[in-house]
Design a protein around this ligand. Sequence first.
Ligand code: IPE
Ligand code: IPE
Ligand code: MG
Length: 221
Amino acid sequence: MRSTFGDGIHVAIIMDGNGRWATSRGLPRLSGHRAGADAVRRTIESAPSLGISVLTLYAFSSDNWRRPRNEITGLMKLLGRYLIQEADRCVANGVRLEAIGRRDRLPPALIELLEKTERKTAAGNRLLLRLAIDYSSRQAILDAAAKGGDLSQHLGPDVDLLIRTSGEQRLSDFLLWECAYAEMVFTRRMWPDFTREDLAAAVEEFQRRERRFGAVTARTA
Ligand code: IPE
Ligand code: IPE
Ligand code: MG
């Protein structure tokens, strides 16, 4: 499915490396997640001016429930706090927030905050911010298939550019269907260190790539 939101590109980011960023500084993993929230803020702020109209951020995977209880609780609190702090800024900047993933296993207070922020930002038309929380792409595909009809209609827009930080080069159950023809950029930068310049560099790299979608180009025909 093509994005119907704006005429910019759809960038999806696997925000990885918060834990290692913290551990390498002798800090608890949660400090890394806290610093990661600042990188999220920077990224959202820079996205529209870099030609991005849809941004999907992987915040918490369904497999992340396997982490220690205190890290999960800390992450959920951090997500809630982020929504409270950023909702007004989103409205002011035309950012529309939408959560993807399962909601039924999240703390009730966070579900309420997500719904409230979605309502509050619903008129935003500069950037569609899709926050993946308790998200599993395999599960999303199964759910879409159960609805019947055109699978793409029930899933998100096609990803143009997928970025993963921290040096890992895998999808970790993120947007498997939507990334069918995504260009991928992997950077060694840990997520808390990710800057506007890193995002701009990834977008430039994307623009240099030749996308063929299975066809041949004038150059090779
Ligand atoms: C990404 O950073 C954030 C989440 C998965 C919530 P990690 O917490 O995975 O950081 P590393 O990979 O352990 O360094
Ligand atoms: C993927 O990162 C999930 C998020 C960034 C939210 P992980 O750190 O959980 O992935 P793996 O375990 O290294 O594959
Ligand atoms: Mg990780």
